[in-house]
Design a protein around this ligand. Structure first.
Ligand SMILES: [Zn+2]
Length: 104
């Protein structure tokens, strides 16, 4: 399997339009992306026993408003939200996963 990369990212309304090197595209809702933020603060970290306890995340004002985004080394997408949160880096594999969820 060849690794695809992001070629274009564009914010359209409350969605993010993503274009990939293999010609595929996806549209992901910003609120869904924020709720699925892959960072440790949002998803939790495994404890000493390897159990992941998912934290309760509060989404304050601006949480679903995307200020800007940055491509991280061609393999990931970092999103900067208006409430200051920016630690989540969405890998290609994770974006694929979100896309599949969004289509179901
Ligand atoms: Zn997060």
């Amino acid at each position: 399997m060849t690794m695809k990369s992001l070629t274009n990212v564009c914010k359209i309304g409350d969605e993010l339009a993503l274009a990939f090197s293999d010609g595929s595209e996806m549209y992901l809702g910003l609120a869904m992306m924020r709720r699925s933020c892959p960072c440790a603060v949002c998803q939790g970290e495994p404890d000493a026993m390897g159990r992941v306890r998912r934290p309760i995340v509060e989404h304050g004002p601006g949480a679903f408003e995307l200020k800007r985004f940055e491509l991280v080394g061609g393999y990931g997408l970092q999103l900067f939200w208006a409430d200051g949160h920016s630690t989540g880096i969405y890998s290609m594999a994770y974006l694929d996963q979100l896309d599949r969820l969004a289509r179901n």
